[in-house]
Write a protein that binds this ligand. Structure first.
Ligand SMILES: Nc1ncnc2c1ncn2[C@@H]1O[C@H](COP(=O)(O)OP(=O)(O)OP(=O)(O)O)[C@@H](O)[C@H]1O
Ligand SMILES: N[C@@H](CCO)C(=O)O
Length: 287
């Protein structure tokens, strides 16, 4: 059996901790024979290969009496880059418990458990459901809606340095004034209504006006400002911090795809640049 979970980009500007989009990059988890102790084969540096691995910890949290198995993970989701690597591992772990423990969990229940483990639903919800998902958590309940994302090209520019979500959350303010919060919320509201009504250019303008997280994180990823400065010249719609960063997500029309990719390749030689699409399905059993 093989479990496949997509990468995700969260926030999309002002949808802090609530907007998320599934992308066509994947973590795959192959479930092999039963063993005495859990073991997970993979090629990542600094990620455990025993029961302390996040996938196994999550699976045994969901179903404590699972029999240990030999697992093989392959992933093209880089860790700590803002593409939902921890969420992909958590979702794979829940699905592993679901399959091996015959739990028959609904998608709603998986979203609830994954949010409890990850802390916020913006990456886990699209990793489970696919597409564009808007979600929040009130007490233990997760409210979400799933949508089509407007037609556009997506480029992800992945720096060669890591930025842990925990570190990137530390630069956020503890308090905001009421006036500031009302303005930040109004930007998010109209960005979302513009996305849902298909007004992509207005949505992108508003997404770039985020006041919840990007202004505070700007110094952690200085390349975002440098890329944004080229917007009119290159003709892309917007460049945003993907999740907690440092990856930069660029939305653009077909005409500016090659020009934009080439510019970033030329200016930021150590970046990995990829053209991705929206993944319409979430976690799946693929073999
Ligand atoms: N495939 C994996 N297997 C096990 N643990 C993983 C895996 N991928 C990520 N992790 C754990 O998650 C940590 C990274 O999580 P973090 O939330 O900081 O970044 P991210 O999920 O990649 O980014 P973001 O949440 O901004 O999208 C890694 O340091 C590691 O502990
Ligand atoms: N909404 C989260 C996404 C990363 O986990 C953040 O920006 O911190």
């Amino acid at each position: 059996m093989k479990i496949r979970v997509p990468a995700t980009t969260a926030n999309l500007g002002p949808g802090f901790d609530s907007f998320g989009l599934a992308l066509t990059m994947y973590l795959e988890l192959e479930v092999l024979e039963e063993t005495k102790e859990w073991e997970i084969e993979h090629e990542l540096d600094n990620i455990p290969r025993d029961e302390t691995n996040l996938i196994i910890k999550t699976a045994t949290h969901v179903c404590p009496n699972l029999s240990p198995h030999h697992l093989k993970m392959t992933t093209d989701i880089p860790t700590a880059r803002g593409l939902g690597s921890s969420s992909s591992a958590i979702v794979a772990g829940i699905e592993l418990a679901n399959q091996l423990g015959h739990l028959n969990l609904s998608k709603e229940k998986i979203v609830e458990i994954a949010t409890e483990v990850e802390g916020h639903p913006d990456n886990v919800a699209p990793a489970i459901l696919g597409g564009f998902v808007v979600a929040n958590k009130i007490e233990e309940h997760i409210y979400y809606t799933q949508h089509n994302f407007p037609e556009c090209e997506l480029i992800i520019a992945i720096p060669n340095y890591e930025l842990l979500t925990s570190a990137s959350r530390q630069v956020l303010p503890e308090r905001l004034t009421y006036e500031y919060a009302v303005e930040a919320s109004s930007i998010a509201n109209v960005a979302l209504s513009s996305l849902l009504s298909g007004n992509l250019e207005q949505a992108c303008f508003l997404m770039e006006q985020d006041k919840w997280h990007e202004p505070f994180r700007a110094a952690l990823v200085p390349e975002l400002k440098r890329i944004r400065e080229e917007k009119n010249q290159l003709g892309f719609y917007t460049a945003l911090l993907s999740g907690a960063g440092p990856t930069i997500l660029i939305l653009c029309p077909k005409e500016s795809l090659v020009k934009t990719k080439n510019f970033i390749k030329e200016k930021f030689k150590t970046f990995d640049i990829q053209h991705v699409r929206v993944q319409s399905t979430g976690v799946e059993i693929v073999a």
